[in-house]
Design a binder for this molecule. Structure first.
Ligand code: PDD
Length: 291
């Protein structure tokens, strides 16, 4: 069951007018929220990022935080999957085609949930292939906009090269992945770029940083040069649906050094475990104490 503008219905019966600005202009924002055994993960943080995306594109938030929480729990309840990811999207609404904002138009609110299948153990143990690509997206990558054409093209260049993700470089520095954040491990230090308009402030990125701090793992949040990416001991990608996933080859070359080159490293295994432990504490909390 999906939610569309106040109604619950099977997805096959859900339609949006062709003049929806999401369709015509990609004029909208979205969120992807993982839910484990019915518990939305980091819900408050996702809703905070939604608010900041809405502010970034000047769409008024159509729901209060409480209403969003209610709707998200409802969509999870109405779908049978043990672990799910809720996709929600708000567009500026339906109006005659004109670039300038229409007046007095209600935003379109759409929400669906799908089974969440995190990367299987063999993929985590092998790691995935990635390729570097020039980051040619706009300069507001901090907004989780549905205008994802550039991200789609960047992801497709990875797929065309037989890889799972593209690692994006802008002016000689790492930004992020086409649909993930990237962490670089060098000499036991976890390094990742700071939040800026060049990257999406990932919810998983925040969790990984918090876990590194809580466990006193060496951490540096600072610009990461292309050379540091290419010479990393380990590379990880993080996202709500991939969690913490090691990258084992970059542009066809093994990531890392010595005998462990091309294999996921020990820090990835450690962070993955910390992430799973953290997830379990969240799942143990009563559903309405969740945020
Ligand atoms: N994408 N950077 C980009 C460009 C992303 O699209 C995503 C996530 C992330 C990671 O953010 P988070 O940890 O909050 O999932 C970083 C989602 C999963 C998607 O578009 O499907």
């Amino acid at each position: 069951m999906i939610y569309l503008n106040g109604e619950w219905k099977p997805i096959e019966q859900a339609t949006v007018p062709v003049l929806d600005r999401g369709f015509v202009f990609g004029d909208g924002v979205y969120e992807v929220i993982p839910c484990y055994s019915g518990h939305p993960f980091r819900l408050r943080e996702h809703l905070r990022r939604l608010q900041s995306s809405l502010d970034g594109v000047r769409i008024e938030n159509p729901c209060s935080t409480e209403r969003w929480e209610e709707l998200i729990r409802e969509v999870v309840k109405r779908n049978p999957f043990e672990d799910q990811y809720v996709y929600l999207q708000v567009t500026r609404g339906v109006a005659p085609r004109d670039h300038a904002f229409p007046k007095g138009v209600e935003p379109t609110v759409f929400m669906m949930s799908n089974p969440l299948t995190v990367p299987p153990p063999d993929q985590r143990e092998r790691g995935v292939a990635a390729v570097t690509v020039a980051d040619n997206r706009w300069l507001r990558c901090d907004i989780k906009s549905v205008s994802l054409l550039a991200n789609c093209l960047l992801r497709q260049s990875a797929v065309d090269a037989g890889a799972a993700e593209s690692v994006l470089l802008r002016d000689g520095f790492l930004t992020e992945g086409s649909a993930s954040n990237i962490f670089v491990i060098r000499s036991g230090v976890i390094i990742t770029p700071p939040k800026s308009n060049f990257i999406l402030p990932g919810i998983t990125y925040d969790v990984v940083i918090e876990l590194a701090r809580a466990n006193r793992l060496p951490l540096e949040i600072r610009p990461v040069s292309e050379a540091e990416v290419r010479d990393a001991d380990e590379l990880w990608l993080t996202s709500s649906t991939k969690e913490v996933l090691p990258i084992s080859t970059l542009d066809g070359k093994p990531v890392g050094h010595g005998t462990s080159a091309g294999k996921p490293g020990p820090m990835a295994a450690r962070m993955y475990q910390l992430y799973q432990d953290y997830k379990r504490t969240v799942m143990r909390a009563p559903a309405d104490a969740q945020a």
